[in-house]
Design a protein around this ligand. Sequence first.
Ligand code: ADP
Length: 323
Amino acid sequence: MRKVKNIGVLTSGGDAPGMNAAIRAVVRTGYFYGYNVFGISRGYEGLINGEIKKLSPRDVSGILQDGGTILKTARCLKFMNPEHRKRAHEICRVFNIDVVIVIGGDGSYKGALDFSIEGMPVIGLPGTIDNDINCTEYTIGYDTALNTVMDSIDKLRDTAYSHERCTVIEVMGRDAGYIAVNDGIAGGADIILIPETKFDIDRDVIKPILECRNRGKKDYCIIVAEGVGNANELCSAITEKTGIISRATILGYVQRGGSPTAYDRIMASKMGAKAIEVINEGRLNRIICLNDNKLIDYDIKEALDMKKELDVELLELAKIISI
Ligand code: ADP
């Protein structure tokens, strides 16, 4: 295997706050160790199209505090096709890129795994607000999203309290309830609905609301992960079955944006630097993870085969402390 001199970096899939901090750390740590770092725009799409530019430490000035990604990101169906990945491989050869650092989620890792099997070394950094990557307890952007959602819950609860209403807040999480559960606890929700557990409207929503009312509550807060169902329909059912006026708010893309929290900036910086250190140690096709508060790296294939389960005991805790 030839010695690594040139490193490509791209962001792929859903954007997440802190991706810029990771890019900055990759570029500057790369420079520190004497590598050339190339920014690849618009994820795998830009790789296939050769949208590649060398980045100097000055090119990543002033981005640490910015949400989104200066490299832009994209979903690229073409990359699932081996012919297009072959084209991407050829582009890497043209630019003499020896390894590609992919900052993205599970889907991006699947693409990276295929790319690595076909001979292009990769390193993965976990970037997604959903925290739904199995090999790591933390993903870049998750902490910022948690705080954004918590702020929204606080605001929506003010108005629910004043009008004595039920506020139903839909948060991101098609398959994973990490944001819903943790923000449910951070925001003091009465009921949290997540995709990992089946729910029955009468047992899990109406009954607890009526119990809350019997205990003297006059306003209610329900957090629903998007994978569970439609917040507006849930509101209508609550009003119909309890007579309590309910309002739905779908937080949507606001959860993706914003300046990263200190924690996301620090972790993204550490993970970006770790990606370069791993390359410098001659280890390729690795995924950088945070587990038990330690930065570690796993083989990409092993990482993709791992399973992670949400701690559903958190739901029990949420129920107890919402009384
Ligand atoms: P995320 O990385 O945030 O999970 P996606 O699931 O949309 O986002 O994946 C991002 C990109 O990764 C896709 O647009 C595609 O280019 C690539 N990708 C996803 N799944 C695969 C796959 N099974 N094989 C090859 N490439 C994939």
